[in-house]
Design a protein around this ligand. Sequence first.
Ligand code: FES
Length: 211
Amino acid sequence: MTFPYSDKVLEHFRHPRNVGKIENPDGNAMEGSPACGDMVGVHIKVDPKTKRITDIKFESYGCASNIATGSIITELAKGKTIEEAKKISWKEASEALGGLPPIKAHCSVLAVEGLRSAIQNYEERHGLVKDQKPTTVEVVRGRLKKVMNPLSGLDLVRTELVKDITVDKGTVHITVDIPADHQFASNIKDEIMEKIGPLWDVKKVEVVFTE
Ligand code: FES
């Protein structure tokens, strides 16, 4: 059987580098793809003085392209400063893998977005966000698009589980349309806290369920 993948993609898929988690990461993120529902997590350690990525690991819940791209971006990002690592594009990742089938572009985009979000999470946690725009309902809604609804594999906004969002003097209040005793309620709450809590001007996040 012939695969639509380069030898390099297959090699990284079969022997992915830097797989796993980092204990006490300085930044981390989980990104989900609206195109296929797959996910990728990226965790980084950053030297506080040089701002270089000293360690990076990824976890993929996606396809061969996603695993191979996750693997290559960890190799590309390790040792780079966070500013350099932000510039790694999906095109660069795809080229480093000897190309990916066009239909698989979203898989490599997902891994690259995971890296960028982990860096953003690092900057937010460490007060390094330069462009400090105030948090609005729209900003919150944008972040909730990255929280998966485990019932469908799509995000909370797209599946209309977000009933209401208010932002008032640093407090973000989010109403989610599932019962509080639902099996996924605490997972969803934890993920929301993880995505909204690090925003630079947010002091408190309240998540309530409808019943
Ligand atoms: Fe979902 Fe590739 S098809 S990440």
